[in-house]
Design a protein around this ligand. Structure first.
Ligand code: ADP
Ligand code: MG
Length: 371
């Protein structure tokens, strides 16, 4: 078994938020690593270093490091409010918090549970994206996520990764099916035995909530990174666009490319974020709801760029599960999102609109998905 490190790299300025989401490994201690400001500074040009210092906040929540950076006179107050909101969302979304909406739903499955508006919105979006992606996104896979040892919230503790016996996988698959979730206003009901987990959408939801708070505080320049879920608000104070680096899934200390971004979410699902390896085969934390096994359909990293963090988070997980061919076809049919797919053999596919804002690392090439 081998360990891996997940660094989320956001290149750009002193401001650039580089955080590392949790890692995945099988050693006795889970390491958590944050890329230092010093190494970022080496990327900073002389002109960029003239930027004013942003207001900044590091938050550990939703099992990952988050870095919030904002400019403007209200920045401190705005970031305080943003941190409070992230903590509130964690308290209602987390499967690890016994009083959360999700824990209540799971512990009383079969019975109706009244939930917060945010929970309702996140579940409704997950169902919608489940429909759009032929069930690639399915928040009822949680019992399988747990059976494989990928329970959200465990990065602080010793992971309990294991390959479950086939009969257990089959048994759990009998309790998977997002289309059986019933939502009526703020009341959610699951079939008995079913359990859900918002791991695939929670950080995307939180991304949008943070941006809403920053905008309400009249912040028009900010870069937030919720453990790999990035949103670039407005432009940098020098009026140039934010530079967001996309991690190389095979060498997570490097990037494959940089995007010049403004007012967009950039969200990646990868097989390097949480995984274990047995006999040279990698098992990652994203489960294919059709097989009950970790998704292994050709894609090792799927990045979605769009207006809504929630949509991008849901779709990046789904595209990862769908695999290369289905994901490319999905991109052709959905012109409102932009996507970067990296396959097992390091082929890089990008949607056409990205051509004007992407800078590849030396030696790397891409194929364009035309729409
Ligand atoms: P990350 O949270 O690491 O950024 P994702 O957004 O792709 O990555 O979400 C992965 C998480 O979603 C898993 O840790 C698990 O909790 C949950 N999950 C795994 N497979 C699926 C799936 N097919 N559909 C919905 N949720 C999933
Ligand atoms: Mg996701």
């Amino acid at each position: 078994m081998k360990k891996g490190i997940a660094l989320t790299i956001v290149v750009g300025m002193l401001l650039c938020g580089c955080s590392a989401s949790q890692k995945n490994q099988t050693s006795s201690k889970t390491e958590i690593s944050v890329q230092s400001e010093v190494s970022e500074e080496s990327e900073v040009s002389k002109e960029e270093s003239k930027l004013p210092e942003p207001e900044s906040r590091d938050v550990f929540a939703m099992d990952t490091y988050m870095v919030l950076k904002a400019y403007g006179s209200n920045a401190q107050k705005a970031l305080e409010e943003a941190e409070d909101e992230i903590k509130r969302l964690e308290s209602i979304f987390s499967v690890k918090v016994p009083s959360s909406d999700i824990s209540k739903i799971n512990s009383t499955s079969g019975n109706p549970v009244t939930v917060n508006a945010s929970t309702r919105t996140a579940i409704a979006k997950a169902i919608e994206v489940g429909d759009m992606t032929d069930g690639a996104l399915d928040i009822t896979v949680y019992p399988l996520v747990r059976e494989w040892g990928f329970t959200t919230g465990d990065s602080q503790n010793e992971p309990n990764y294991k390959i479950p016996e086939q009969w257990l996988i089959d048994w759990h698959l009998g309790n998977v099916g997002y289309d059986k979730i019933v939502i009526n206003d703020s009341i959610v009901t699951l079939p008995t035995q079913f359990e859900i987990d918002l791991g695939a959408v929670a950080k995307g939801y939180a991304t949008d909530a943070v941006i809403e708070i920053l905008e309400a505080n009249k912040i028009n320049s900010a870069l937030i990174n919720l453990g790999g879920n990035v949103y670039a608000l407005g432009r940098k104070p020098d009026k140039s666009k934010w530079k967001v680096g996309i991690q190389n899934p095979k060498d997570t200390n490097k990037t494959i490319c940089t995007l010049a971004i403004e007012n967009k979410a950039v969200i990646t699902s990868g097989n390097y974020e949480r995984f274990f390896e047995v006999d040279g085969k990698r098992y990652c934390h994203i489960i294919d709801p059709k097989t009950g096994y970790p998704a292994d359909n050709g894609i090792i990293s799927a990045t979605v760029i769009g207006d809504s963090g929630l949509d991008c988070d849901a779709l990046s997980t789904a595209l990862f599960v769908m695999g290369t061919e289905k994901a490319i076809n999905f991109c052709k049919a959905h012109k409102d999102i932009d996507v970067i797919l990296v396959t097992k053999d390091m082929k890089i596919y990008i949607t056409d609109c990205l051509e004007s804002i992407i800078t590849m690392e030396d030696g790397l090439k891409y194929e364009v998905i035309k729409r």
